[in-house]
Design a protein around this ligand. Structure first.
Ligand SMILES: NC(=O)c1ccc[n+]([C@@H]2O[C@H](COP(=O)([O-])OP(=O)(O)OC[C@H]3O[C@@H](n4cnc5c(N)ncnc54)[C@H](O)[C@@H]3O)[C@@H](O)[C@H]2O)c1
Length: 189
């Protein structure tokens, strides 16, 4: 029998078409009252819809998420979160937006709810990335793991076909990587 070490990373997963509607209840479940909604600039309108769904529990929208989490953007988001008194961040988008949420969680211990809209898979890892002076550093920190993940397949319907394909292939690559000898455990295989 093969020896292995497995560290479980508990996250609450809510899955189903239309499950975005459960976001207000999930924010409440965390005991949060002021949620900061994160998005990319392109997805601002979707983020505003999410803020409207949250009603009085939405404290603001920050729409500057971009690929590989530039440190200046992370700092600006953290400052904005502190200024509006956010006690929760809702990252609605792909790996870039969830990465920004992770940066906030690492800095301020604010819990994150991830609402993935691509297949990047960042919501299920404790890996964070941050880019400074053109260099991306990555690390692991359990504080960045989203507390709740809402998978609503309807949110992927607006993905352009090209992005659906590349993101889907990326997801398959992550699954294959999980089976490679070094990190593999019987549960990942
Ligand atoms: N930390 C981790 O474990 C981990 C894992 C995977 C990826 N990543 C990181 O995630 C980033 C890439 O994430 P990505 O591939 O999801 O891309 P992305 O988040 O940058 O999104 C790509 C584009 O798609 C748009 N988009 C997202 N969802 C959409 C939707 N439903 N409809 C229409 N447009 C939509 C975004 O606005 C953006 O313009 C990289 O920085 C990568 O390093 C991190």
């Amino acid at each position: 029998m093969k020896d292995f070490t497995y560290i479980g990373r508990p996250a609450r997963v809510v899955f189903g078409a239309g499950k975005l509607r459960e976001l207000p209840a999930e924010v409440e479940r965390l005991g949060a009252r002021k949620a900061l909604v994160l998005s990319t600039p392109e997805r601002r309108a979707a983020a505003e819809q999410v803020a409207a769904l949250l009603g009085p529990r939405a404290a603001g929208v920050f729409d500057k998420a971009t690929m590989h989490v530039p440190i200046a953007t992370a700092r600006e988001a953290c400052e904005y979160a502190a200024r509006i008194g956010a006690d929760c961040a809702v990252a609605v988008g792909g790996g870039s937006t969830i990465g920004l949420g992770k940066a906030i969680a690492r800095e301020s211990a604010v819990p994150i709810i991830a609402v993935p809209t691509t297949y990047a898979g960042s919501e299920m890892t404790s890996i964070y990335g941050i880019t400074e002076a053109g260099l991306k550093k990555t690390g692991r920190d359990d504080r960045v793991l989203p507390r709740t993940v809402i998978y609503d397949p309807e949110l992927t319907l607006t993905l352009p076909v090209g992005l659906s394909i590349t993101s889907g292939i990326n997801a398959v690559a992550h699954a294959a990587e999980g089976c490679t000898p070094r990190p593999a455990t019987p549960s990942s295989i």
